[in-house]
Write a protein that binds this ligand. Structure first.
Ligand code: PLP
Length: 400
């Protein structure tokens, strides 16, 4: 008899967390593993933001707050949306939570009934399908291809929509591909969705400021105001301000949805940390001067990984426009043999072998719904990244 509830049979542990556990195990065993599997910037949280958190502790802002966030934080979030996205939100159309992840989960849990469908373009962020399943919904994975920049095409969306569709999830810049939807591409998707009034749209904009080659940013509610009443815009400070550990995300959308998410939050985690909220106020109200330097560094690293991938026989990748991942096609290496005569059958076997042989952790594309690829995260220290690239090149060169 299973000790756990039936719903646990529908959920898998996050593969990103699993790889990080494997890395820690190898480290404990004395191996110098370089982790290119983690979705986290190596930069420090900017000092002014950290000091705002320290100040909050000293000023005794260490008690429960309003469940959906303090008035000051909501004002800072409204200010961010007005400034960056030309979106106006009232306080009761905004909620802060313990990371964008919690808000996405609560939004799905609050709206998806048994058997209802959620359209998830693949490659997708690993957590979307499992969250839908936990909410007893049905993830509808729509494969997207590299030729179309990994972006959901209007015809594919139209074909996937049914009477049971509850949500479409859009993530731009995307994890794991870095794909960014243009305003025009979003408008084309909006045109398809106009005829399906029961469908909600989730715009996961968590990587918004991390873009290269001057690629402009647009978000769904901004370019399709006629559908703003059924759009939830999700964002947070994890990736924009190197604040993953603070656990602070936010979302804005229709009042009824925000109210429902707030009910779930009030009965589970309550308000996000009061200290993280104070730090997020500083993050959102101060100019992001540090970004220029960050983007310069990230761009160099992106070029470094792309050059490595291009030089390895069997790997290839198109340049990602945003985020901090290269999604590399590894099909040319599949079916080859290791020096020990082991056959590399698929992307998962390749990632495992690279971890053992090169002591570099990368994630297999099948974790993102797209087999035959590897996700290489490059938000790590320059010297480590250089070593990792050398080790990956050497290891791949051993496959025959
Ligand atoms: N959405 C995407 C696409 C992500 O990659 C992540 C983190 O990896 C999140 C949401 C969650 O961010 P957080 O919960 O740290 O705000």
């Amino acid at each position: 008899i299973s000790q756990t509830a039936r719903r646990m049979q529908r959920v898998r542990p996050s593969p990103t967390a699993t790889i990080s556990d494997q890395v820690r195990e190898l480290e404990v065993a004395g191996k110098a593993v370089i982790n290119l599997g983690e979705g986290e910037l190596d930069f420090a949280t900017p000092a002014a933001i950290s000091y705002a958190g320290i100040e909050a502790i000293i000023q005794q802002q260490t008690k429960y707050t309003a469940v959906a966030g303090t008035a000051v934080l909501k004002a800072a979030i409204a200010g961010k949306f007005a400034r960056d996205n030309q979106l106006q939100f009232a306080p009761d159309e905004i909620i802060a939570g313990s990371g964008a992840k919690q808000l996405i989960f609560n939004a799905l849990l609050a709206t998806v009934d048994v058997g209802q469908q959620v359209i998830i373009p693949a490659p997708y962020w690993v957590s979307y399908p499992d969250m839908v399943t936990l909410a007893e919904g049905e993830p509808v994975i729509v494969p997207c291809d590299e030729q179309h920049g990994w972006k959901l095409q209007p015809a594919a969306l139209a074909a996937a929509l049914t009477a049971e569709t509850r949500w479409v999830i859009l993530n731009s810049p995307g994890n794991p591909t870095g794909a960014i939807y243009s305003a025009q591409e979003l408008r084309a998707l909006a045109a398809v969705l106009s005829d399906h009034p029961q469908v909600l749209i989730m715009a996961d904009d968590i990587y918004e400021p991390l873009r290269y080659d001057q690629t402009p940013f647009a978000t769904f509610a901004e370019v399709a105001p006629q559908l703003a009443h059924r759009t939830l815009t999700v964002n947070g400070v994890s990736k924009s301000h190197a604040m993953t550990g603070w656990r602070l995300g936010y979302a804005a959308g229709p009042r009824w949805l925000i109210a429902a998410m707030q009910v779930l939050q009030s009965q589970s985690t309550s308000n996000p940390s009061s200290i993280a909220q104070a730090a997020a106020v500083a993050a959102l109200n101060q100019p992001a001067d540090f970004l220029v330097g960050w983007l310069e560094k990230l761009d160099q690293r992106r070029q470094q990984v792309l050059a490595m991938v291009a030089a390895v026989d069997g790997l290839s990748a198109s340049a990602p426009q945003g985020a901090f991942y290269v999604f590399a096609n590894c099909q040319g290496l599949l079916g080859r043999q290791t020096p020990d005569g082991e056959r590399i059958a698929d992307d998962k076997a390749l990632a495992s072998w690279l971890l053992a042989e090169a002591q570099v952790a990368v994630l297999h594309g099948s974790a993102f719904g797209t087999p035959g690829y590897l996700r290489i995260a490059y938000a790590v220290d320059d010297a480590l990244l250089a070593t990792a690239c050398q080790r990956l090149t050497a290891a791949c060169g051993k496959l025959r």
